[in-house]
Structure formats: structure tokens, C-alpha cells
Design a protein around this ligand. Sequence first.
Ligand SMILES: NC(=O)c1ccc[n+]([C@@H]2O[C@H](COP(=O)([O-])OP(=O)(O)OC[C@H]3O[C@@H](n4cnc5c(N)ncnc54)[C@H](OP(=O)(O)O)[C@@H]3O)[C@@H](O)[C@H]2O)c1
Length: 383
Amino acid sequence: MTGRSPDAPLRIALLGLGTVAREVARALTERVNELRLVTGGRELQLVVLGVRDPGRSRGLELPPDLRLTDDLADVAGSPDADVVVELLGGLDPAEGLLRHALESGHGVITANKALLARRGLRLEALARSRELPLRFEAAVGGGIPILGPLASDLAANRWSSVRAILNGTTNYILSAMADQGQPYADVLADAQARGYAEADPAGDVEGRDAADKLAILTRFAFGSWIDVDAIPRAPDGLDGPGRPGISGVTGGDLARAREAGLMIRLLAQASRVDGELRVSVVPTAVATGGGFGRTDGVENRIELRGEPIGRVAFSGPGAGGGATSSAVLGDLIAIARGAGSSWAGLPPAIPARLVADAGRLDGSGPTLRTDTTRYPVLEEQPL
Ligand SMILES: NC(=O)c1ccc[n+]([C@@H]2O[C@H](COP(=O)([O-])OP(=O)(O)OC[C@H]3O[C@@H](n4cnc5c(N)ncnc54)[C@H](OP(=O)(O)O)[C@@H]3O)[C@@H](O)[C@H]2O)c1
């Protein structure tokens, strides 16, 4: 990223051409002049694309002079590019490619929450040591802007809790089960047929995807990269831990909750109590008329409590190629304008003492009410 005029085009290397990358590539080829208006005149120029099979048609018209290759390392280290956008997903080869990009002097943008949740600490250290931007707004909440506001407009706040619905697939399944009275397995099969759930839905329904996003939110709200695998995803039962995520939620659970004016949601929570971080991703009963109860289908919602702001909430489309491309393009525009990493001026991450429990019974979190539901109940004022 060094030695180029600030007015020269920002040359982009793109890794992957799947759901999100296709929408990014489409905008970069079809909206060149429009995007130039918001970068202060700088062109966002797609120069090289790394894909598994360059010969395969993707239902997208790409510029004839665009270089396509299956050599992803060559793309990540390309001397023709200023910034590398990784939209492959997964830990490997994504991490190696991002490290190679940073070591080659490139800024990096990614939507890869699984990678950031597990390797965020060392990727942040590398980007800081190289003084290169590493941005990942799309990794949490899809199209919802949350990391940028936490690192900038809201940076004066001292956060006490983060509560969020972070996975659209599980929220869709719980909404459909409650509305249609269908069992979990039938709704999951329907969600897979409609493309809302993946063929292997375990990462979503067992809460791992929401835990990954919670780990990233925790870094921004509380300053620490935590061990994502230590986040509990199985609700406490009277006879031991239940099944992870929403995989043990039954139609009977939803019906009993509804009678009490409650909905079950997969709630990701992190709170700071006496200097300790308490985290969890478990099914939680929320008021039907509250912010989380009204978050239906594939929407996401993120609420934070802190001083001096009080309570603040963000909601919107948490997934989908178009919505997620909005966040990736926002990161490209930020880099074209000369902005740094997603953490902006926040200090480097510090170690945290993690208590693997979101404070279910600590007075600041939900309380357990076994008379109406076997899940914790979130006592909240509607926002
Ligand atoms: N989809 C969403 O709504 C969403 C929302 C937020 C964040 N994200 C994140 O965005 C990233 C991309 O997600 P997506 O939904 O766009 O995924 P996707 O549709 O599965 O696309 C992934 C792309 O990467 C390519 N790819 C993967 N591994 C590769 C390898 N080893 N070598 C070459 N090509 C490889 C795939 O190529 P082939 O087509 O040849 O397999 C495909 O083009 C992920 O990190 C995801 O977590 C997605």
C-alpha cells in the first residue's frame, strides 16, 4: 500500500467468487463511477480474481481485461494490487493467504468470522506490526454496521453488556417453528430447501457461527480476543447441559413460552462483571413484544449497554450476498479514503479472565424460571 499517490486507483485482488464475492465483483464492475463519488474521486479497480476454476461460468459479466487465476497465493501477494479481499471462508488456506497478503504489504478485508474468532489475535498483531489496514465489518451482523461504530462514534463508552441475535438461520428456524407449530426437523429441512440453512447445518444450529461473531464483538466491546471454543453453547438443564444451540428446542418449549408471552431466541451474550468476562450463546426466552422477540426470520439484532450512552441497538439484514457486500464495499471505501483497520484507534487487545457463563443468575443477565420455560428468561424493557 506504500508509495502510491492517494489519488491513484485502489487496486483490488479478490479471493473467491461465491455468494458475497459475486455481489462485491458486480458492484465493482457495474458501479465504477458511482463508487468514485464516495471515495473522494479514487477508483475502486478490480484487477485480479482468485477462483478454484477460472473456466467456470458464474452468471456474472466480468471485465475482459480482468486477470483470473487459480493460484490464490499469487493473488494474495500480487504486486499489481493494493488491497486483498478474502471471501473464501474457512481457516485454511484463508489464514495463510491473509498473512501472505499482509507480509506482501497489502491491506486486507475479510468477512471470515470463523477465522477471526480463532486467529484474530495473531492477525491483529501482524497487521499492527506492518502498519497495514485489516478490516472485517462484514464478519458480524452481515450488512449491519457495528464494528465501525464501536471503534469510532461509540468509542467513549464503557460497555457492561452485549446481547445479540447473530445467526439468521437459527432465528428463521425458531420463528417458523413458533409460527407454524412444525417440529424442528421439518422446519430445518424446509430451511435447507429454501437455501436459508446449509446442507451441513451444524455450525449454525449448534451455535458455533453465533459464538464466532460474539468473540469478535467481545474484542471490540471489551478489548480482548477470547477463546471462542470456551463459549458455552448448551443451555443448563435441571438434569445437566442440554443439546448445543437450538438443536434441543422443541415445539413444546415454544408453546409453553408463548403462553407466558415469551419467544425463544438464540441469544449471544457477553457481560463484564467485576472485571471478568461472562459469555454464552444459549436459547433464551425473551418478551414477544421486546426488541429481540420482534426480530423475526433472518434478521439480526445487537444491543449494548454502557456508560454514558445507556442502551443502544442495531438491527438489520445479518446475511445474504447483497447485504454483506454492503459491508465489504464500505471497508473498501474506508481504505480508499485512507482509514486504517476496523479497530481504528482502539488499543491492542489484552488478555481477559473468561468466566464461561453469561451471568445467567448474577443479577445482570437473564434469570432462570423453571415454572414457564426450561431456558433462561431475559428480563428486558422494550427498546
Ligand atoms: N453468505 C453470507 O450471507 C455471509 C454473511 C457474512 C459473512 N460471510 C462470510 O463471507 C465469506 C464467504 O461466504 P460466502 O457465503 O460467499 O461463501 P461461498 O458462497 O461458499 O463462496 C466461497 C467462495 O470461495 C471459493 N473457495 C473456497 N475455498 C477455496 C479454495 N480452497 N480454493 C479456491 N476457492 C475457494 C469457492 O469456490 P468454489 O465456488 O469453486 O467452491 C467460492 O467461490 C465466509 O467467510 C462467510 O463466513 C458470508
